[in-house]
Design a protein around this ligand. Structure first.
Ligand code: TTP
Ligand code: MG
Length: 500
């Protein structure tokens, strides 16, 4: 494992709990530096969290850590951001109901559009992202050209191939979509006082206080569309409405590249009254079936059968009856990473596996991946989960309480001990996660003794053993293993190449 910019013994600075601390580099192992604070104690950090001088570290204090931009094309003009955010006093509302103006924005065929943007030869083609036709897997998304053949998200890849054999099949590149998503957030957040991200490509924006009028909100939505196209080369659909549910419906109304406004509850009701109940977006296939069986097919039927609907569906029924009249008071709730329930990483193998030596090794890489994600969000777990799906599709999860940590070694050790106790039969999926998340470090800061014990030398020796077992070389390339699809490919390689 090669050291990077810093050498063992260098004095470096880090930012911790809003303070600059001086620390001496102890050693480098497993992709991390282990440092010892001059005041005693120590911790593990990656190179990008270390600073050669106090000034550099102080500078970092002023601006939160950001990932370096990898693709120049994806960078957006900073000076444009926040231009529109002019906080003005909100108009007094006469009625008791809280008036809201919400924009819902949703990218069109997100993963596929990003891939087509970055490789123009894919433009206009039926593009299917998820897996290759000869692999196991499902469609993550597909371009609108592929949708014409009936291909859709979550469809088995084999079925997609049957429907669209001339389609272009690709793996996704999640890291890239996450980066684009961050850039989208920067555009969106320039126009709203609060945003609620529903997925990488979709959010509610509360523009009540920033737009003040509905007309201005419509203008914001148009600017968001224009900037998304001009700066990121992507199209999105926007809906502007007086509540969240109507805004979401509005953005779907004219997809792709759509723009649609629903200014009042009356406009909403007029639009949906004779449509199937499924137009109300919390109504999934099962709920729709229940309603249909009870003779309730349209939104009008809900209006005329409120008691029946509430009896049939309880709390959801009450929400549906309100929505059928155009009422939805729910607020935009900003996403906080610490609200996430768990951080996990899993892999589905191309063929079923019952090589438990390999599976234990797979846990090492999955645990490192979880550690890196947890580090990115500043979170630690108080429990570790092992997830398995056996060849017969039977799924199990096993959990273990740990001392608050996000250390890959600790996650691995817990998961490996859980693996020992489960039935050793052929399986198709294995995953590792941490749960019971907290942003309080707990025992993360090691005592000096623990540093000397050198836990991460455990990680290093695990990786070394694996290098020998699979003829791999992680040295200097461990970071690469965790980019995009590489972890999956590395695990597939290991599955096929274990030496005795
Ligand atoms: P969606 O917004 O549901 O779909 P989309 O953006 O591809 O297409 P559109 O909005 O125009 O209908 O999901 C956003 C991304 O999330 C999608 O590009 C891929 C990913 N995704 C999955 O990986 N699996 C899924 O089952 C779904 C629905 C989405
Ligand atoms: Mg979308």
């Amino acid at each position: 494992m090669k050291e990077g910019k810093y050498k063992t013994g260098d004095t470096v600075y880090i930012v911790s709990s809003g303070k600059v601390m001086e620390a001496g580099v102890l050693r480098y192992a497993g992709g991390f530096y282990t440092i010892r604070f001059s005041q005693g104690g120590g911790t593990k950090l990656r190179e990008n969290r270390l600073f050669a001088s106090k000034e550099e570290a102080l500078h970092q204090l002023d601006k939160p850590f950001k990932e370096p931009q990898i693709n120049k094309k994806e960078s957006i003009k900073k000076e444009d951001v926040s231009k529109a955010l002019v906080q003005t006093k909100r108009e007094a509302v006469s009625d008791t109901q809280l008036k809201q103006i919400i924009i819902h924005v949703d990218m069109d065929a997100f993963y596929a559009s990003v891939e087509a943007r970055d490789n123009p030869s894919l433009k206009g083609k039926p593009l299917i992202i998820g897996a290759l036709p000869n692999e196991r897997g499902v469609v993550a998304t597909c371009s609108y050209e592929a949708r014409k053949y009936g291909v859709h998200s979550a469809m088995n890849i084999k079925e997609a191939y049957r429907l669209c054999p001339h389609g272009v099949f690709m793996h996704g590149n999640h890291e890239k979509y996450r980066r684009v998503s961050n850039q989208l957030h920067m555009i969106w957040n320039a126009y709203c006082s609060a945003s609620e991200y529903l997925s990488l490509d979709e959010a509610y924006l509360d523009v009540t206080d920033t737009a003040i009028t509905f007309e201005k909100a419509c203008e914001f939505a148009k600017i968001i569309k224009k900037r998304t196209w001009e700066e990121l080369g992507l199209t999105c659909s926007v809906g502007i409405a007086y509540c969240k549910a109507a805004a979401k419906m509005a953005s779907e109304e004219k997809k792709p590249n759509g723009y649609f406004a629903i200014p009042t509850p009356k406009d909403f009701v007029d639009l949906v009254i004779d449509r199937d109940v499924r137009v109300l977006y919390t109504v999934g296939a099962k709920t729709a079936e229940k309603l249909h069986e009870a003779g309730i097919y349209t939104v009008r039927d809900i209006q005329n059968n409120e008691e029946k609907v509430q009896k049939l569906l309880g709390k959801q029924g009450r929400w549906l009856c309100a929505m059928a009249q155009g009422h939805d008071d729910s607020r935009v709730t900003p996403y906080k990473p610490e609200d996430a329930k768990s951080i996990s990483r899993e892999v589905t193998f191309q063929e079923n596996v019952n090589d438990f030596v390999f599976l234990k090794d797979a846990l090492v890489l999955l645990a490192i991946s979880v550690e890196r994600r947890a580090e990115r969000y500043g979170l630690y777990g108080k429990g570790v989960t092992l997830k398995i799906t056996y060849a017969d599709m039977k799924g199990i999860t096993r959990s273990k309480v740990i001392e608050t940590s996000r250390s890959a070694v600790k996650i691995y050790e817990a998961a490996a001990s859980l693996l020992e106790k489960v039935p050793h039969e052929k399986l198709r999926l294995i995953g590792v996660g941490i749960h019971n998340l907290t942003n309080i470090e707990g025992s993360y800061q090691l005592t000096l003794e623990e540093v000397n014990e050198e836990k991460e030398s455990d990680l290093n020796s695990l990786l070394k053993e694996m290098e020998e077992r699979y003829g791999l070389n992680f040295t200097g390339s461990l970071d690469k293993v965790f980019q995009g699809e590489t972890l999956y490919k590395t695990l597939e390689y290991m599955r096929k190449h274990r030496k005795k």
